[in-house]
Design a protein around this ligand. Structure first.
Ligand SMILES: [Zn+2]
Length: 139
């Protein structure tokens, strides 16, 4: 069953709030970095400002990823494609979207994708274990 207008709006409000929160956080980061840039006097300051910026970016990576997913979800809402599974095209349940508003797959496809992922992971693991055993044998 597709989402009702009311359900979509409920999630949209939440996503817009999250977007605002992240935007503010990014703006604060930017401001802080600007101050640091203006203060710096020598190469050491420069290096430490660069280091801080890289730490900040690493710290913010997850937020940036999340912000992108939010944008995508909002775009989909505008195009009336929100709540439709990317994989099989069926409707994603409201309960799932409420818990995970940026979900792009229905629970069945998500489970499938995760199973594949963990199967690949195990395959990779045993492959590298195989290499290790070969290595030990060759010693
Ligand atoms: Zn699906």
């Amino acid at each position: 069953m597709p989402l009702t207008k009311k359900q979509t709006n409920e999630i949209k409000d939440f996503l817009l709030g999250e977007q605002e929160r992240l935007r503010n956080a990014f703006a604060v980061d930017e401001e802080r970095y600007q101050l640091k840039t203006d203060d710096r006097k020598d190469e050491v300051d420069q290096a430490s400002a660069d280091y801080e910026r890289s730490q900040l970016l690493r710290f913010r990576n997850r937020d940036l990823f999340y912000a992108k997913k939010i944008n995508k979800a909002l775009e989909k809402m505008n195009e009336d494609e929100y709540g439709i599974c990317d994989e099989c095209g069926s409707d994603i349940k409201f309960e799932r979207l409420k818990a995970r508003p940026t979900a792009e797959m229905c629970i069945a496809c998500k489970d499938e994708a995760e199973r594949e992922e963990s199967a690949n992971f195990i395959a990779r693991q045993s492959k590298s274990l195989g290499k290790q055993i070969d290595l030990v044998k060759s010693l």
